[in-house]
Design a protein around this ligand. Structure first.
Ligand code: SF4
Length: 192
């Protein structure tokens, strides 16, 4: 195993089978998978690369798969190869999940394009509190801003789809939403 930082090395020159602390850089993008495995198929004399990420949680989430797809995207761009699979090693038991990335790479590409757009513009991205906020360094600031604005994302039970439906109706804050509530009609038997 060797720690490696790659920016310009040619794919054919690679001799290692497992590299850790891997840094792959292409254009403005940097990917840091925990390791990269080079699998050699002696039968047809081909090699392929698999990005590997370690997760200290007992479950694998969508974000872990997307990050792996991002690693594959950068490796593929860097070496002009196809990176079709990656591995996630998770839980204290070190379970390994091999993941086909073909359907996840377009999603990672779409997200990187969106991020590029946000960085290029001077506009701040919409603030949407979500379940990752607890782990985010901006948690306190974002929550305070959301409270000041009365942002709908404060209502954790509301889905993204429901929120966008309200936005289309011009409802952006919890206060605006509260005006849409009507008291329930009392059943007729109680009105006599
Ligand atoms: S705390 Fe702010 S920046 Fe971090 S995930 Fe939440 S909304 Fe996004």
């Amino acid at each position: 195993m060797c720690p490696i930082s790659i920016g310009t090395s040619a794919y054919k020159k690679i001799k290692w089978l497992l590299a850790y602390d891997f840094v792959a850089e292409k254009g403005n993008w940097i990917s840091r998978p925990d390791a990269v495995e080079r699998v050699v198929n002696k039968e047809n004399n081909t090699t392929r690369l698999l990005p590997i990420r370690f997760i200290c949680k007992s479950k694998v989430g969508k974000i872990n798969k997307i990050l792996l797809a991002f690693d594959a995207l950068i490796l593929a761009k860097l070496f002009k190869i196809n990176v079709s699979h990656g591995k996630l090693v998770y839980s204290s038991e070190c379970f390994t999940l091999k993941i086909a990335l073909s359907s996840l790479i377009p999603e990672a590409r779409k997200l990187t394009a969106e991020i590029t757009k946000i960085i290029a513009s001077n506009d701040q991205p919409d603030l949407i509190l979500n379940r990752h906020c607890a782990e985010c360094e901006y948690n306190t600031t974002c929550r305070q801003t959301a409270i000041q604005k009365g942002d709908l994302s404060l209502l954790s039970g509301m889905t993204a789809k429901e929120r966008s439906k309200f936005h289309k109706k011009g409802i952006f804050t919890v206060t605006q939403l509260s005006y849409t509530f009507r008291p329930r009609r009392r059943p007729k038997r109680f009105t006599k």
